[in-house]
Write a protein that binds this ligand. Structure first.
Ligand code: ADE
Length: 245
């Protein structure tokens, strides 16, 4: 069982978003466990405040350390020794290899910040990894947390069924996916490539592999550097490059 404990001011954002589709099914089947812990439940403030003005002045509010620390402690033994991810644009950028790395953990704790930030001392005390989902600024860590939980969950054995399985997906071998088609054979005058209707599976596999390489070359040439290519495929890439001139 893979457990995700999310420390947040908006537990519904986590629970509801993940209740749909494949993650929802995985939760119902007991393949993953998602527990959102409401930081506000741990405030000792009579007005239930969880934030305060920043020392030194400046705009915005800062989340206080005590409710976050107590929310973390409430998970207890179940999260002992687990990595604690703090969602922040300052963190290491999340990618497929980090998703694979995290999918090997038994449980993960994720701290979502809001307002202008979180008191540095609680970050120092509990956080093991600062993680960003990209070079942009969100209003809070919740959307980043569900993004990570989604990407990690689909790597947990049993979460994807055979049809959904990730053998041929983008990034698994460092290439983008080949184009897909379904019925009808003609749409708005555009035909499905003949080869896909041919029934020659070896030729189809070859065509798809070539299309993956062409797509990666066109859309994300940076990925080709690290992609797993045979010598023949490397020559094919060279041909694509030569064609341009
Ligand atoms: N919180 C705000 N922006 C973020 C980002 N880009 N990634 C992760 N957490 C965030």
């Amino acid at each position: 069982m893979k457990s995700f404990y999310v420390l947040t001011l908006f537990p519904e954002m986590i629970e509801q978003t993940l209740s749909y589709s494949i993650t929802g099914r995985a939760i119902n089947d007991g393949l993953i466990n998602v527990e959102a812990v409401n930081i506000r439940d741990f405030t000792k403030d009579k007005h239930r405040h969880v934030d305060d003005y920043p020392y030194g002045g400046g705009a915005g509010m800062v989340m206080q350390p005590q409710p976050i620390y107590d929310a973390y402690k409430s998970i207890g033994e179940r999260a002992e020794g687990s990595r604690v991810l703090y969602m922040s644009p300052q963190g290491r950028t999340f990618d497929q290899s980090m998703a694979e790395e995290l999918s090997k953990e038994d449980s993960i704790v994720i701290l979502c910040g809001h307002y202008e930030g979180v008191d540095e001392r609680v970050i120092e005390e509990i956080v093991t990894d600062e993680v960003s989902i990209g070079d942009f600024v969100l209003t809070g860590g919740e959307l980043a947390a569900v993004t990570i939980i989604d990407a990690v969950s689909r790597l947990v054995p049993g979460v994807l069924n055979k049809e959904e399985s990730h053998e041929n997906e983008s990034f698994s071998d460092g290439l983008l996916e080949y184009p897909q088609y379904t019925r009808p054979p003609e749409f708005m005058g555009r035909q499905v490539p003949d080869i896909l209707l041919s029934g020659h599976h070896a030729n189809i596999d070859k065509w798809r592999r070539e299309q993956s390489i062409i797509r990666t070359y066109d859309k994300r040439p940076d990925l080709l550097e690290k992609a797993e290519l045979t010598d023949k495929e490397k020559k094919f890439v060279q041909q694509l490059k030569n064609k341009e001139r």
